[in-house]
Design a protein around this ligand. Structure first.
Ligand code: GLA
Length: 741
């Protein structure tokens, strides 16, 4: 099994076929990190990896003649105040005002499998043989604060899941001011920091920067993981690491609230990376007997480049983070009315759209914003989750049944964490919106955020939603969240617990998700936050897909989806074909390109089919049929590999390959056409080198065919004809290759 313990030397070796993670109990009884990386031989004793010598300015925190200085020691869970001048993983404020702690080893236990984290999303196992867990118990003897560091090693993946748990057993209370989920030490600083950053409509762009001495990192403080600006993920890669080769360490936080990912390089090029709940505005009080569990951090090591790292995340998050009926099911092809109608719809208009969708082969009709309360624009109605009968006389129950009679499933939009000041809910409960008494309430999109740290608020919303769901035929829910948080404060909490509010809020959101998904296990949930502002593993534990971005322009989507696949499998990415000119960018891209790009996701439409020309509708029918044929391969069974980065080239490319390598789908995309351009060969990956493949693709209704061995396709590539690209629209043209062998 993956966890080897050498009791005599106090050494813990977490290992499987690909990784080794080694730490030990030091002479001061704290834990020292010795190595993390590619699997190495096991040994009884790894203490030769400990380095110490006399250094200037060194503070030694054990009796002489030892030279153990915490500043030069790689640690499992470092604290501040005993000679380590780098960022700590933990900060504990005590009643006497001190923050100095000394967490020393007490005991450890190992068990097969993995336990759930109470109230928190986390990866899981279905069989105990899939993973092994080590829990090391430490405590600060003076305060009686216990700390458990938990490590789960997955048997078949280069992945380790970590979290920390605290329990106060001393007679005095303590306040956790910082409690990271994981801290990892690296032997040198020759790394680049990879992050997925952006803004609304350009979420999860790939950014890479060289590490330098001092701090570097990202954080999210908007109350929605990192919002559109930062994803709760970082990777450290070697400068020479590419998509296909070289070392990379990925760190991903299974959390949807404020987070910090901090990398600090100190003197002597020591690199410390940590990930967890942001310490900003965080302070969690532990009275005697109380405990706190950090969210889970997932560490992935790959020596097969960025694609190697992503493959591990895709497998873990696709199969052992997502849950429920939909985890292993291809997703329904949907039509969402938002960009087609915005708030301007009637029941008749919706039914007409649904009939057109049925005609095209679409399976699910989703009614977006605007069906409830006095919601005719974004000024009113949020919080009033009952149907606006002026717009929909049959009510949601009646409409949903009519849609089912047409032969489609029915889905509905909610924004359950929000309230408009102009709503019955706010008029009845103004104190349910987050605010600081006596201070101005910042607003965004004319709305406030409900205080989900208060269980009575969550209960009330649950009852409202459960009623609609029980009365109607609802197969899908789009759960939106359209503003960032301000004035974090809860009138439901005492002053000394206000630092808990932001985390309690997200625990409240998780609890509502848990209740709804448990009570309505058949419903497919898609999370959303002004597009992709809450695309994080925490959400994906409850809702197995998330709207990737409000930007539906195909060319922009190539970038957004490319970046998103660094961590998240394509089946989790909500992707739709929308009308042109595009509503966000006013750009026109070919319909075939829009379909091809959206195919590598959950797939759907966000337009009025009735406004399309007959020849366009024929293309839509083909796209729907294509998706039905290939969605199991794309979404569930296949391995996704990035081939050409749109962040580095005018072109982009990726491929999905079946497990037996007999079937694959490749996408080649170019931004701008080139006149009299150079020869292009599109190199594939993941195929069987010895297999003869037939590659086929369509150009203006005509099928073209090319035969080659896997090794040719991977080493030489498919010759891409410039005339094909021009015929398919030139600028923003895409070629979709069907590969069979
Ligand atoms: C957000 C979502 C959109 C749409 C609107 C409705 O912006 O990202 O897809 O649902 O809200 O108001």
């Amino acid at each position: 099994m993956p966890i080897i313990i050498h009791e005599k030397t106090g050494t813990f070796h977490l290992t499987n076929d690909s990784v080794s993670y080694i730490f030990r109990i030091m002479e001061n009884e704290q834990l020292e990190n010795l190595y993390y990386g590619k699997k190495i031989h096991d040994r009884e004793d790894f203490s030769h990896l400990h380095e110490e010598e006399m250094r200037p300015q060194m503070s030694i925190s054990v009796p002489e003649p030892s030279l153990l200085s915490m500043h030069y020691t790689r640690q499992e869970y470092p604290s501040y105040g005993t000679g380590d001048y780098r960022s700590p993983a933990v900060s504990v404020l005590q009643e006497n005002g001190s923050r100095v702690v000394n967490f020393t080893y007490d005991s450890h236990e190992v068990f097969a499998g993995k336990k759930p984290l109470p109230g928190l999303p986390a990866t899981y196992v279905e069989e105990d043989s899939e993973a092994e867990t080590l829990e090391v118990h430490l405590s600060d003897k003076l305060t009686g604060t216990e700390l458990v560091l938990s490590y789960t090693v997955f048997a078949d993946l280069p992945a380790i899941a970590r979290h920390a748990r605290f329990r106060q057993t001393g007679s005095e209370s303590v306040v956790l001011e910082k409690a990271m989920s994981a801290s990892v030490e690296f032997l040198d600083m020759n790394y680049e920091l990879v992050q997925l950053s952006g803004a609304w409509a350009r979420e999860r762009y790939v950014h890479v920067r060289k590490l330098d001495m001092g701090f570097q990192g990202i954080q999210g403080l908007a109350g929605t993981a990192g919002g559109a600006e930062q994803n709760p993920f970082i990777a450290l890669k070697r400068p020479e690491t590419t998509e296909f080769s070289g070392e990379v360490y990925g760190m991903s936080l299974v959390y949807s609230g404020n987070f910090l990912a901090n990398v600090e390089v100190s003197t002597f090029d020591m690199t410390r990376a940590m990930l967890g709940v942001s310490p900003e505005n965080f302070a969690w009080k532990l009275e005697t007997g109380e405990s706190f569990t950090t969210p889970e951090a997932v560490l992935v090591y790959s020596d097969a480049g960025l694609n190697g790292m992503s493959r591990a995340f895709h497998r873990l998050y696709g199969r052992r983070l997502a849950r429920g009926k939909w985890r292993d099911e291809p997703r329904p092809i949907l039509l969402n009315n938002w960009e087609g109608t915005y708030f301007d719809f009637t029941e008749e208009k919706l039914l007409a759209m649904a009939r057109e969708a049925k005609e095209a082969g679409i399976e699910l009709f989703v009614l977006d914003d605007g069906w409830f309360g006095a919601r005719n624009d974004d000024w009113a109605g949020l919080g009033d989750w009952y149907c606006n009968l002026e717009k929909i006389p049959s009510g949601i129950g009646g409409l949903s049944r009519k849609i089912e009679e047409i032969g489609l499933k029915f889905g509905l939009w909610f924004e359950l964490e929000m309230v408009n000041p102009d709503s019955d809910l706010f008029r009845a409960h103004p104190d349910w919106a987050i605010h600081v008494p006596g201070r101005f309430r910042s607003h965004a999109r004319h709305q406030y955020v409900l205080d989900y740290s208060r269980p009575e608020v969550v209960d009330y919303i649950y009852e409202m939603v459960a009623k609609i769901l029980a009365e109607s035929k609802i197969s899908y829910i789009k759960w939106d969240m359209n503003r960032y948080m301000t004035e974090p404060y809860s009138v439901g909490l005492p002053a000394d617990r206000q630092g808990e509010m932001m985390h309690r809020y997200i625990l409240g959101v998780y609890s509502l998700y848990e209740r709804l998904t448990t009570a309505f296990p058949e419903i497919l949930f898609e999370s959303c936050a002004s597009g992709g502002a809450r695309f994080d593993p925490g959400m994906l534990y409850y809702a197995p897909q998330a709207w990737c971005s409000d930007d539906t322009d195909a060319s922009e989507r190539v970038k957004i989806q490319y970046g998103t696949t660094f961590v998240y499998p394509v089946v989790m990415m909500g992707s739709h074909v929308s009308a042109v000119p595009n509503h966000q960018l006013f750009r026109t891209t070919p319909l075939k390109t829009r379909g091809a790009v959206a195919s590598f996701g959950t797939f759907g439409y966000e337009l009025v089919l009735g406004k399309m020309k007959p020849e366009e509708l024929a293309v839509v029918k083909d796209q729907v049929a294509f998706m039905k044929k290939y969605r199991r391969l794309i979404q569930i069974d296949g391995t996704f590999i990035r081939l050409l980065s749109p962040f580095e080239h005018n072109e982009a490319g990726w491929i999905v390959v079946s497990e037996d390598k007999r079937e694959a789908l490749g996408l080649y995309f170019q931004r701008l056409n080139k006149v009299n351009g150079s020869w292009v060969r599109f190199k594939l990956a993941g195929l069987d080198p010895d297999r003869l493949y037939t590659v086929s693709w369509e150009v203006c209704g005509e099928r073209k065919v090319y035969e080659a061995y896997g090794d040719e396709l991977m080493s030489v590539g498919i010759p891409v004809n410039r005339a094909d690209l021009s015929a398919e629209g030139g600028d923003f043209a895409a070629l979709l290759y069907e590969i069979k062998g």
